[in-house]
Design a protein around this ligand. Structure first.
Ligand SMILES: Nc1ncnc2c1ncn2[C@@H]1O[C@H](COP(=O)(O)OP(=O)(O)OP(=O)(O)O)[C@@H](O)[C@H]1O
Length: 370
């Protein structure tokens, strides 16, 4: 693996990897390098993910944040090897770059090899549990199946394991509810059941794609607490995908903000949340609902719509929506695409304004209004 300048600014989770006795830092558990996922469609080439780099250690949580259509789900499906799963899509999707999981490269790997890793080494939970749970089979039998695919055990042993997992994720009377069908569970319980199914094989990487969006606020908090507890217990690496910065601000060790298929800001969660450097992140923070404010007080929502991923704006993709697009001289924002620049402490962002300028705007103009 070669080192690019961008890789040197990778997240703190990667940077915290301890040096070995040989003096060589071990490779991060998950490392994504220059990932591109482009779809060939009748309307043109959709550049859903266009050169993404990040890494993640076991026991750490990475939050991937961005508006709808920024490429978050496509990124997670790429890690899970799911863009290749459908024959129909295989002819339409162009994927390049590298995804290293525990020393194995997945982009060029045989699809069967990646399929074997799914469920055992990596698992995913979705916004809608019914997309993962089949309506015709009992919740328990689906967890039993998921367990037996990767473990050579009889049904009785697997059922015991399913009941244990349902108990662990907080389903009351798990020995009875194990035979219920998904529709007999509430939305929050279905989410818990899906988490139980995802974790039944102790995967080392868990990807949660908008895991709480469909739930009410109280259940949301419970599910996030559950994910946090389970991560501590299982020591897995977790990626949480959300459009809501508030959901991941406390949970994540690192944050990666995506815009138009690229990373515009990343770093330790407290840096990105409390000292954000990119005008798009300011907008995300400004549009976050706050319980201590009236709804009308959301001050700096991101105006306009996300960019087309077929005709991405030239220069900085955010420039048509950026209130500060005119600040950099020589029309730079509209002509040159900004690269990620390190601001210190593993925090980097891609913006043409100088760091001093952005710090001034954040401190004087944005932060006081949030
Ligand atoms: N199979 C596909 N073929 C063509 N375009 C696709 C395909 N899958 C995703 N896209 C496009 O890729 C872009 C990124 O989609 P993605 O689902 O990753 O966004 P997202 O950030 O997860 O948004 P959301 O929060 O709405 O799920 C979108 O413009 C989407 O239309």
């Amino acid at each position: 693996m070669t080192d690019s300048s961008e890789d040197k600014t990778e997240t703190a989770a990667a940077g915290s990897a301890a040096a070995t006795t040989t003096g060589k830092a071990p490779a991060p558990f998950l490392q994504v390098r220059d990932l591109k996922v482009h779809f060939r469609t009748d309307d043109g080439l959709v550049k859903s993910v266009d050169g993404l780099n990040f890494s993640l250690e076991k026991g750490k949580t990475l939050g991937i944040v961005g508006e709808s259509g920024s490429g978050k789900s496509v990124t997670s499906l790429a890690v899970m090897g799911l863009h290749r799963a459908s024959r129909q899509q295989r002819s339409k999707v162009d994927m390049s770059g590298e995804i290293w999981l525990d020393g194995k490269e997945l982009v060029s790997a045989d699809p069967d090899q990646v399929r074997r890793l799914r469920g055992r080494e990596m698992a995913m939970i979705f916004q809608d549990p019914l997309s993962a749970l089949h309506p015709f089979y009992s919740v328990g039998s689906q967890i039993v199946e998921a367990y037996r695919v990767h473990n050579d055990v009889d049904k009785k042993t697997a059922r015991k394991r399913a009941i244990e997992m349902l108990d662990r994720v907080g389903i009351p009377q798990p020995d009875k509810r194990v035979d219920d069908h998904p529709h007999q569970f509430s939305g929050g319980m279905r989410q818990r059941a899906m988490i139980a199914m995802a974790l039944v094989n102790n995967p080392e990487l868990l990807i949660a794609d908008e895991p709480t969006t469909a739930l009410d606020v109280t259940v949301q908090a419970q599910i996030l607490d559950l994910i946090r507890d389970l991560q501590k217990e299982f020591g897995s690496a977790v990626i949480i995908i959300t459009h809501d910065l508030g959901v991941v601000a406390e949970l994540a060790d690192d944050l990666l903000v995506m815009y138009g298929g690229r990373c515009v800001e990343r770093g330790p969660a407290e840096k990105v949340f409390y000292e954000p450097q990119h005008p798009y992140t300011w907008g995300l923070l400004g549009s976050m609902p706050r319980i201590d404010r009236e709804q009308t007080d959301r001050l700096i929502p991101v105006k306009g719509s996300p960019p087309s991923l077929i005709n991405v704006p030239s220069g900085c993709a955010f420039n048509p929506r950026c209130p500060y697009a005119e600040v950099p001289k020589d029309n730079l924002t509209r002509t040159v695409r900004p690269e990620l620049r390190e601001a210190g402490g593993g925090h980097s962002s891609a913006c043409h304004m100088s760091q001093e300028e952005r710090e001034r705007i954040w401190t004087e103009e944005i932060a006081p209004k949030l």
